[in-house]
Design a binder for this molecule. Structure first.
Ligand code: BTN
Length: 255
């Protein structure tokens, strides 16, 4: 906490030893009108949630499992921009604290050497078109050992420690992420999404490449052209038609 320089974000921190999911706690605090920037952090999650209904392994003591509550005055459909803002902030903070160059896989997985080290899950509280809160859940495999991962994940998941061969101080990393987010959040509220989109595209691994997109019901292949102002992925299929991809898993065929 003493590392923190930010003025709004993480001014209020709720620390828990063990919870089902920090998203759940954050949702509740938000309904109780906690201040914007409240951060919920847990040492362990017993029912961590991932995107698309998946679970998120959150072993005790070795990761950063946290949820941040934001209350931006923006239209509902712009909320995915904040997920991208978070991804850029985390990638920057990882570079600053470890020197490792992370890549972002659309929409918001952060990869080290091609394996996933960070997942981000954004949940919304809204009434008709008004946002009550955007809850950004960030899970970072910091010092998770290979043996702590479920065997089914070992080929696709990694941690900062596995890739960098040394322990990373979790408190410092949290502080660094909050400072990066604070800067970008102010930039975003003042000047819009432009700079963040640019930064995001700089970290993105798949832009310009051929990708396969899987949603619940279908799959499509084509070239990832970039993202829109709203953070929606643009996919150009072989007939030259552009598809807007709102939510899916992407893969690079042949890998
Ligand atoms: C993903 O599927 O990639 C997103 C994973 C998000 C995990 C984080 S850990 C902190 C917060 N609490 C949760 O239950 N999930 C998010």
């Amino acid at each position: 906490k003493r590392h923190l320089q930010s003025t709004v974000l993480a001014k209020h921190i709720r620390y828990e030893e063990s919870v089902k999911s920090t998203q759940e706690i954050a949702q509740r605090l938000s309904y109780e009108h906690c201040p914007e920037g409240t951060l919920v952090i847990a040492d362990e999650q017993t029912g961590g949630r991932g995107r698309l209904g998946r679970s998120w392994q959150s072993p005790k003591g070795s990761g950063i499992w946290m949820s941040l509550i934001l209350r931006p005055d923006i239209p509902l459909q712009k909320s995915p921009q904040l997920t991208l803002l978070a991804a850029v902030s985390v990638a920057k903070a990882i570079y600053k604290t470890t020197g490792m160059q992370a890549e972002i896989k659309w929409p918001n997985d952060i990869l080290l050497n091609g394996k996933k080290a960070v997942g981000i899950l954004t949940e919304l509280q809204a009434e008709s078109d008004r946002i009550h809160a955007v809850i950004i859940g960030i899970g970072i495999n910091v010092n998770v050992a290979e043996t702590e991962f479920d065997p089914s994940l070992r080929d696709i998941a990694t941690s900062l420690k596995i890739e960098g061969n040394e322990d990373v101080n979790r408190a410092k990393l949290v502080a660094c992420i909050m400072e990066e987010m604070e800067t970008l959040y102010h930039e975003y509220l003042q000047n819009g999404f432009g700079l963040i989109k640019l930064l995001w595209e700089g970290y993105a691994e798949s832009i310009g490449k051929r990708i396969r997109v899987r949603t619940l019901h279908e799959q499509k292949e084509g070239i990832a052209k970039g993202i829109t102002e709203e953070g929606v992925l643009l996919l150009e299929d072989d007939l030259g038609e552009i598809h807007h991809i709102y939510s899916a898993d992407i893969e690079i065929p042949g890998t």
